[in-house]
Design a protein around this ligand. Sequence first.
Ligand SMILES: [Zn+2]
Length: 255
Amino acid sequence: MIFVLIVSVFIVIHGINRYQRTGSAYQAIYLSNKHIAYLEKYFNFYTKLPQQSKKIFATRVAKFMTSKRFIPRDIEVVTNEMKVLISASAVQLTFGFPKVQLSHFRNILVYPDSYYSLINKTYHNGEVNPRLNAIVLSWKSFVEGYIHEDGRNLGLHEMAHALRLENKIMNEEYNFLDQRFLKDWELRATHTMKEIEEGRETFFREYGAIDREEFFAVAVENFFERSTEFSEKHPLTYNTLRQLLKQDPLLLEKP
Ligand SMILES: [Zn+2]
């Protein structure tokens, strides 16, 4: 009992309530009220969820947060607020997959602003590096992505790249995307990318025509931020993405 009390105090101090049954795979991790307040204040997707889904979302954020190494770059520390919101971005994208945590990507590197990439010799706002097991983000761009719901969202964009890679990496999360829907998606992507290249498509930004990975990332940004327009302008593409990601942001728009 004393041990339990000591553990509880330690856990509350550190912001996350964690309960573990020794010797079994069962583990429940909860987000503290302070951390939940960050979601309530800044994370629209979370605030629109029904009450029961909010609990599931918060638990998944806590699990994601505790399973990653957040590495500050050119800043002193990755704050808890940053950790909660970055984790929430990953959970938003993977909410249809209860067990997927993008487990290959153990490292989350956070820069204050855009940073110089030695690989591409250019400034970046974010990238995903499977070799370093890393998702890299500019905090400034991440925040801007969620302030303006305009179809540009760095967090979702980079998480989308990580999701596609995670699906191909041979680990416990391998092949979680349904092959049928993935095949449908590739057909939709090829069709729409061609339209962008020919200047016949204006809903998706031109950047989406670079390659299939970029098109997927750009489509994900619009799926969550401009769901209504996306579903009206490209109903088949929207529907395929809805099936592929096993969730529908449009349902959250309705009261
Ligand atoms: Zn990209």
